[in-house]
Ligand binder design. Structure first.
Ligand code: HEC
Ligand code: HEC
Length: 307
């Protein structure tokens, strides 16, 4: 007998033996086990035999076949290439797979069919809608309470239970702005909260009173003034000449132009939650998994903290 065939038979026996050792009677080889297991083992046996048969066929072909047919005109240093017909079966499978791929992409599983993730998302959306409906008409006190309990879970890890920022780990929400934050924003500009135009950095901030770019001394003064809640007179002229155009004469901000720098309000908190925040203190991720009511509740709670 040919050596290759002999090797193939030995491989088949070895693999069947290994299959038996691996699954044993639990796989139904000894008559026990249910028919699903038996079918699976039968499949494995067929796979082993077919694989070894096909490999043997090609190995023998490589060993004994002589090439024949018409040579192509090109040859590279004497190495030529036969003009082989495209194998019919291969062409059919190739075209069939292309058609199947188009069907699969347009109409098959990924777009239309049921998926567990889809079902989960639908259920979560339905639950959120019910939650929104249940809490639609909450009064301010209840909103604040709800905001407080969300805060403990979602925000306190960084901002602290007292919302004091845990010694600079995050913003201290009991005050609107710290001096270093104001300075940082003036020096670097800022544009992450979703306003149509960002705030320019110091090279774009003119003091209308002096007609010149804002100076270091003016930055110091106005930062103190803003962080102090816009009280007193020092820095007030710089604010009026440089900042009021966008932040308003009273610093309470203007819709679509700039946020308030004297207090928190639910819109500002919602913008921070939607876009995240990065500044002098550190960076805060966006919170896009909160529902509308939850955002409103956090807005009410945070706004109340610095009052
Ligand atoms: C051209 C308009 C414009 C001018 C002038 C301007 N700001 Fe702003 N400012 C903005 C905008 C817009 C934002 C919001 C940026 C964002 O989307 O992150 C902002 C944000 C800020 C913030 C950060 C608020 C926060 O909670 O993140 C501070 C502090 C601030 N401005 C202070 C000042 C001061 C002080 C001046 C004057 C020296 C000034 N701004 C001048 C437009 C302006
Ligand atoms: C991973 C830590 C982290 C978590 C969690 C976090 N924050 Fe923050 N937050 C920060 C940091 C850091 C800043 C300061 C960013 C800066 O440098 O301006 C900040 C700033 C803020 C500000 C001030 C923004 C401004 O305009 O000055 C508000 C309001 C705020 N966070 C609210 C919240 C709320 C509400 C939650 C919970 C839903 C929350 N944060 C969760 C880290 C966090």
């Amino acid at each position: 007998m040919n050596k290759t065939v002999l090797a193939a038979i030995i491989v088949v026996i070895a693999m069947l033996g290994a299959t038996y050792l691996a699954v044993g009677s639990a796989g139904g080889m000894g008559g026990e086990g249910d028919w699903v297991n038996k079918l699976a083992v039968l499949g494995a046996v067929v796979l082993v035999i077919v694989t070894v048969f096909v490999v043997t066929k090609y190995v023998r072909q490589m060993q004994y076949d002589k090439a024949s047919g018409k040579l192509a005109d090109e040859n590279w240093d004497g190495i030529g290439e036969y003009k082989n017909e495209l194998p019919f079966g291969w062409a059919v499978i190739f075209l069939g797979l292309n058609i199947w791929a188009i069907w699969y992409f347009l109409a098959g599983y990924p777009v239309n069919a049921y998926s567990q993730i889809g079902e989960y998302n639908e259920e979560v959306a339905a639950h959120d809608a019910k939650f929104e409906e249940q809490h639609a008409g909450m009064d301010d006190e209840t909103l604040k309470e709800m905001g407080g309990s969300i805060f403990i879970v979602q925000c306190a890890p960084c901002h602290g239970l007292q919302a004091d920022g845990i010694e600079g780990k995050a913003a201290n929400l009991n005050v609107r702005l710290e001096e270093k934050t104001v300075k940082h924003v003036i020096n670097n500009g800022q544009g992450m909260l979703g306003y149509p135009a960002p705030m320019p950095d110091r090279n774009g901030l003119f003091n209308m009173n002096t007609g010149a770019l804002i100076t270091d001394a003016e930055i110091d003064a106005v930062a103190k003034y803003v962080a102090g809640g816009m009280k007193g007179t020092e820095g007030a002229d710089v604010f009026a000449g440089t900042c009021a155009a966008c932040h308003g004469v009273d610093g309470k901000g203007m819709e679509m132009v700039a946020p308030s720098v004297v207090d928190y309000n639910p819109t500002l908190v919602a913008d921070v939650l939607k876009h995240g925040k990065k500044g002098a203190i550190g960076s805060m991720p966006a919170f896009n998994n909160l529902t509308e009511v939850q955002v409103k509740a956090l807005g009410a709670y945070v706004t109340d903290l610095s009052k």
